[in-house]
Design a protein around this ligand. Structure first.
Ligand code: FAD
Length: 369
């Protein structure tokens, strides 16, 4: 099987890459071991602006709720809350978004194969061994396999240490007594989210994504993320209702990979890393939806000139991601978070009334969604 581009992974980053490769006229194959590409593990929150920047402006088709009100709470209980006027949080229906993206990729002529895993990559030969034993040949390969980085690790990409991993767990569940028009973030606390945060994201009609997680190296011994989210629900959800879906996973809270492009020995073939596989996640809030969409788009648009992909990442994303990582490293102890909320974030409440747009931008930049 000969293609221009072979993409491993059919979630946000892979589908975005597939759509844009196809738009550029590339013969594209996308493979993913899942039976359907609508499945996902996520709290589904993304800021409107970052979605639009990534080329997917919010649509009522796959946005279940738009949230203007927010509450952020420090480990010690200092609250900063308000009503966004300029930056709204979109609660996605990720299943519908990925279904829509799959349709776009297929319409563009992309060959999509589910229940098929990417195996051994021989970049020098330009072949990828698939789960059914076939070899797919191409000049450009895109690794969109998320945390697995299934192709990148074969080409020397290092696995993350426990300091660079966030472990998270989430219930999608009904609940009463929670505000349905406000997203809530509770930062820090060894009890709920050591060096991380817990979240309550409404999805409409009494349904919520409620999760917690922390940096792997900071989790108390023997405590799994599931226990963290159970504690959080016990403490913060007045009347928990029916539970629908549980997910547990890990996410990068690290710097982006050093080499998002890996070349074959003769320089003719290239592997591009996108989304979580390239560790393109906003470390302070473990947000990777917009960056997965954005990096997939840039990789797809530049499949034939991969160096341009690296330039776009460096110019358009790295500053924000490196800034967020440095912010997280410098501030995510309970002591520092408490001071940050008391002296920098809470005073924003007063300034917010005077300069709403400016302050919202500062808060979003600080948190990085
Ligand atoms: C509980 C939870 C809550 C989150 N909440 C948010 C949030 O509210 N906002 C936000 O911005 N981000 C959030 N994130 C992060 C966000 O979900 C990820 O950053 C995003 O999904 C990354 O997309 P991706 O396409 O890079 O990888 P993934 O979504 O991880 O997809 C990887 C794909 O690769 C496939 N794959 C794996 N191995 C192979 C292989 N060998 N061959 C072929 N395919 C393979 C998998 O089946 C999968 O489909 C959350 C994550 C979790 C776990």
């Amino acid at each position: 099987m000969r293609y221009d581009v072979v993409i491993a992974g059919g979630s946000l980053a892979g589908l975005s890459a597939a759509i844009h490769c196809a738009r550029k006229g590339a013969r594209t194959l996308l493979v993913d071991p899942k039976p359907g590409l609508e499945a996902f593990k996520c709290a589904e929150g993304a800021m409107e602006e970052s979605l639009s920047r990534a080329g997917f402006p919010p649509s009522p088709e796959w946005v279940s709720l738009e949230l203007y009100r927010f509450r952020m709470v420090s480990p010690g209980g200092t609250i900063f809350e308000g009503r966004n006027r300029y930056q709204k949080m979109c609660m996605l229906d990720r299943g519908k978004l990925q279904g829509r993206m799959l349709g776009m990729a297929l319409d563009g002529g992309c060959d999509v194969r589910t229940q098929l895993k990417a195996g051994r990559l021989d970049l020098d030969a330009g072949t990828l061994r698939l789960g059914n034993g076939d070899d797919a040949r191409a000049k450009t390969f895109i690794d969109a396999t998320g945390m697995a980085a299934a192709l990148g690790t074969q080409c020397g990409q290092k696995r993350l240490s426990n300091d660079g991993l966030s472990l998270v767990a989430q219930w999608t569940m009904h609940a009463e007594g929670l505000e349905e028009d406000r997203y809530q973030l509770y930062f820090g606390s060894p009890h709920h989210s050591p060096a991380g945060y817990s979240w309550i994201f409404p999805k409409g009609n009494g349904l919520f994504n409620i999760g917690a997680g922390g940096v792997a190296s900071r989790l108390p011994k023997g405590v799994l993320p599931r226990e963290l989210v159970e504690r959080f629900i016990r403490d913060r959800v007045p009347r928990p209702g029916k539970r629908l879906r549980f997910v547990a996973s890990f996410l990068p809270c690290s710097l982006p990979v050093e080499r998002p492009i890996i070349r074959s020995a003769d320089g003719k073939n290239a592997l591009l890393l996108v989304g979580d596989a390239a560790r393109l996640c906003v470390a302070s809030v473990s947000a990777g939806i917009a960056t997965a969409l954005q990096s997939g788009r840039w990789a797809g648009e530049n499949w034939a000139a991969p160096e341009k992909y690296q330039t776009l990442l460096e110019e358009g994303l790295y500053k924000k991601l490196v800034g967020s990582y440095m912010f997280k490293m410098g501030n995510f102890s309970d002591e520092k978070l408490n001071a940050l909320f008391r002296w920098r974030i809470r005073p924003m409440g007063f300034l917010h009334r005077l300069f709403p747009a400016r302050v919202e931008q500062m808060a979003v930049d600080l948190l990085g969604f």
